[in-house]
Design a protein around this ligand. Structure first.
Ligand SMILES: Nc1nc2c(ncn2[C@@H]2O[C@H](COP(=O)(O)OP(=O)(O)OP(=O)(O)O)[C@@H](O)[C@H]2O)c(=O)[nH]1
Ligand SMILES: [Mg+2]
Length: 294
């Protein structure tokens, strides 16, 4: 993965020779919180660290092991296995319903996913169900063109449920492997908009079986703990099967991925690492942690 966090260098900086254990613990706690691990997750990590045997020389490895142990329980959920390895989410025919708060990167991510799947030889279709925001359909059409995949669209202002209905029909009749549904940005505390999302979801459920539907939320890594609240609320409405953490390139911190994955027990599937079409990487716990700690 191509990310650069300052976590490891700050961690090394804190382990000056001969420093007392209590001082290391205190500073470590501060480091974790300022790296977006969140208070709750940090406390848990610190408690476990206190109960383990370590010296300043190996606290690096022990800390990594503690964090990994907490994260793997949320990473392998979709295939029922608890491991750091990432299950294959992209087998068989699927619909990816992409939602999230305004500006978190839904449309951009759909462009990236379309290009990725197309490159893998899959048949991809995009549905323009953000019929609300000005120029949203055009923006998505530009991504579709870049990725060289077809798009199903109607006019701005039309019913997003109707667009999704059309797109599902088209995807099924054309034997599309992956249908990517773009939706309008919505604040998680706006009930009417959340209801609209549930409606879109029900349209998909009429056409696809439960195991074919992946409900994915985009969250902006730079919003820190607020990202967690967003994911939690969406999870209460439609359910969330996976998280796409965007703008990881703009956050020098990195802890938010660990905190979200631990707290919500929802796997992170992809990381957005820039604005270009290939700035998307598959997430798995082990490679993420080695990046964070290197
Ligand atoms: N640096 C960086 N920028 C990103 C990433 N993903 C998206 N962006 C930028 O974030 C901004 C918003 O992206 P969109 O894809 O339009 O977000 P959206 O969620 O579809 O927005 P709405 O449809 O308005 O709710 C754009 O300027 C993107 O280029 C990322 O991984 N890294
Ligand atoms: Mg959008």
């Amino acid at each position: 993965m191509g990310l650069n966090f300052n976590f490891a260098s700050r961690l090394k900086g804190l382990l000056t020779r001969g420093k007392q254990k209590e001082a290391v613990i205190d500073e470590l706690e501060e480091l974790l919180i300022s790296s977006d691990f969140g208070v709750e997750f940090t406390n848990l990590i610190i408690d476990e660290l206190k109960s383990r045997n370590w010296k300043n020389e190996n606290v690096f490895e022990v800390l990594k092991d503690v964090i990994r142990g907490k994260m793997i329980h949320s990473s392998g959920r979709m295939d029922g296995k608890l491991s750091g390895k990432r299950p294959n989410y992209e087998d068989t025919k699927k619909v990816f319903l992409i939602f999230g708060v305004n500006g978190t990167g839904k449309t951009t991510t759909i462009g990236k996913l379309a290009a990725k799947f197309k490159k893998e030889g899959k048949k991809v279709l995009i549905a323009a169900a953000d019929t609300y925001r000005d120029a949203a359909i055009e923006q998505l059409a530009v991504w579709a063109k870049r990725a060289d995949v077809p798009i199903i669209r109607q006019q701005q202002g039309s019913d997003p449920g109707a667009v999704v209905y059309d797109a599902c029909e088209a995807a099924l009749s054309r034997e599309v492997d992956i249908l990517l549904v773009d939706t309008a940005g919505r604040l998680h505390n706006k009930e009417r908009l959340m209801e609209e999302l549930s409606k879109i979801d029900r349209v998909i459920q009429k056409k696809y079986s439960p195991e074919q539907i992946l409900r994915l939320i985009t969250v902006d890594a730079t919003t820190g703990q607020n990202a967690m609240t967003q994911a939690e609320t969406f999870n209460r409405y439609t359910g969330v099967d996976g998280i796409i953490l965007t703008k990881m390139d703009s956050s020098a911190k990195g802890g938010i991925a660990c905190a979200i994955s631990w707290k919500l027990k929802i796997p992170i599937l992809y990381l957005g690492i820039g604005e270009r079409i290939d700035d998307l990487i598959d997430f798995d716990v082990d490679s993420y942690l080695s990046m964070l700690f290197s």
